[in-house]
Design a protein around this ligand. Structure first.
Ligand code: SAH
Ligand code: SF4
Ligand code: F3S
Length: 463
């Protein structure tokens, strides 16, 4: 998961006449990145233009994450700074509104206004289509809190993306296909902040995908807290899963690449594995979190599989798509985790071999079952285990990058590089690759040979 990435507005949302400016700060996962884009579009209808300079904003939205304690704390410290900005603006007689959206909004609701009274609106992830309306009400002086779970389909109430389709898009885009989670892992807030699992309809997804592609998108990443739990009814009433959706999307002319994230090991079905075997445009990179390698801890986490099941699953996926690279999430120091349990996690990592990974110290979240379990692990022990795990994961990541040197690969060009003549693209395995290339355009896929590795990217020459 991409933590705390500041998101710059994807589109220039031009409006005639005097306009207000909105700055959106995005925390947390890719689903929040997608939501920020959609909120920005919803606000365009109200005359708001997106800005990436907070100083010139009339409205600042914090699209927040509640996954770990630190993520939630960041929001309150940001709100302290925004309060000072608001006071300055109001002294000048200018409007300055503050909104909190996303998972902290959902989890804390009214509490946010109590702790930070300068906040004008608090809107949960299920109701952000009502943001323009809430801002109007808040302008009359009353703070608005709207954290209802979805009673209507927000996607149907958001502006049709065809209105923005004429605007030039990035080459890559996210598309939320599924939201919420019914898995209830005992450490996790997501089932509470995002509600229960909902899949968008096949038709709605295909329509949105086609519009994005006609606006210049070449690579789509399907998103869901539990994306491979996506299911829908097909035209003749048959049950469809994520594999079927990928086959369907692969028919869209002009679309070159597909990805999806985040998957739960329990929902990797045969059809999805077949899609990895059959679809060249489904990139050979899979984020498949396991969290722990200890069966005892996996059970306490309510992950509903054993370490051996995960390893066997990885083997099946690799048999279907031998060049697939794996990425994972890990938690160290879950309540009751012993040194032996932790060693099992290290062994699983050795067995699987990850190209990329995200690892965290367990963070106790009020309201989740884990918070009430006995034997919480002291912070020093968590820190020490995390350091050992990260050393191993980083060495695997570097080994994977080095193994790419000398290979000829397809590179999807995404943006200009820092130096003249340089371009930056993504490898099939999601690595950032720098290349010097002439007579090519952003959005082209070119063959390149990897020549070397840098700290966070690869170097290549045109093949
Ligand atoms: N749906 C995804 C995870 C979403 S949260 C899945 O099932 O894998 C992203 C990651 O944050 C999780 O994979 C987990 O590694 C981490 N995480 C979630 N809750 C956490 C907590 N309480 N403490 C530490 N890490 C946590
Ligand atoms: Fe959280 Fe587990 Fe659901 Fe992932 S599957 S979002 S970790 S409860
Ligand atoms: Fe965070 Fe909510 Fe995503 S808690 S990780 S922003 S689903």
């Amino acid at each position: 998961m991409n933590q705390n990435s500041a998101v710059s507005p994807e589109t220039e949302l031009g409006q005639p006449g005097p306009s207000r400016k909105v700055f959106i700060k995005t925390y947390g996962c890719q689903m929040n990145v997608y939501d920020s884009g959609r909120m920005s579009e919803a606000l365009a209808g109200e005359g708001y233009v997106a800005t990436d300079d907070m100083q010139e904003a009339d409205l600042v939205l914090l699209n927040t994450c509640h996954i770990r304690e630190k993520a939630a704390e960041k929001v309150y410290s940001a709100l302290g700074r925004l309060r000072d900005m608001k006071n300055e603006r109001q002294a000048e007689g200018r409007e300055f509104m503050i909104g909190v959206t996303g998972c902290v909004a959902q989890a804390e609701g009214e509490e946010i206004i109590r702790r930070a009274p300068s906040v004008d609106v608090v809107i949960g992830p299920q109701t952000y289509h009502r943001l323009p309306e809430a801002l109007k009400r808040a302008r009359s002086g009353q703070s608005v809190v709207d954290t209802e779970y979805a009673v209507e389909d927000k996607f149907e109430h958001l502006p049709d993306q065809s209105k923005t389709a004429s605007t030039k898009r990035n080459v890559t885009a996210f598309l939320t296909v599924q939201e919420g989670c019914d898995k209830f892992c005992t450490f996790c807030v997501v089932p509470y902040t995002r509600g229960s699992e909902i899949s968008r309809s096949l038709e709605q997804i295909v329509r949105e995908a086609e519009k994005l592609v006609s606006a210049g998108v070449r690579e789509l990443t399907l998103l869901g807290q539990n994306v491979n739990a996506w299911h829908a009814e097909g035209e003749t009433g048959e049950q469809l899963g994520l594999g079927d959706l990928l086959y369907r999307l692969s028919d869209i002319p002009g679309l070159k690449r597909l990805r999806y994230t985040t998957s739960h090991p329990r929902d990797m079905d045969d059809r999805l594995i077949e899609a990895h075997r059959d679809l060249d445009m489904l990139m050979p990179y899979l984020h498949l979190p396991v969290q722990s390698g200890s069966d005892r801890i996996l059970k306490a986490m309510n992950r509903r599989h054993k370490a051996a099941d995960y390893i066997a699953l990885v083997e099946r996926i690799r048999a279907a798509r031998p060049d697939i690279a794996l990425s994972g999430d890990f938690i160290v120091g879950f309540p009751g985790e012993t040194e032996e349990d932790f060693q099992a996690t290290l062994r699983l990592v050795e067995t699987v071999g990850y190209a990329q990974a995200f690892s965290f110290k367990y963070s106790s979240r009020p309201g989740t079952p884990g918070a009430d379990m006995p034997d919480h692990v002291p912070d020093e022990v968590k820190a020490e285990r995390l350091a050992r795990l990260q050393e191993l994961l980083l060495s695997q990541q570097h080994a994977f990058a080095r193994s790419c040197v000398g290979k000829t690969i397809d590179l999807l060009l995404e943006k200009p590089g820092r130096l003249p003549g340089q371009l930056i693209g993504r490898s099939p395995w999601l690595q950032s690759v720098n290349v010097d290339a002439k007579d090519v355009e952003i959005g082209d896929t070119i063959k390149v040979r990897i020549t070397g590795t840098g700290p966070n990217s690869l170097f290549a020459e045109v093949a």
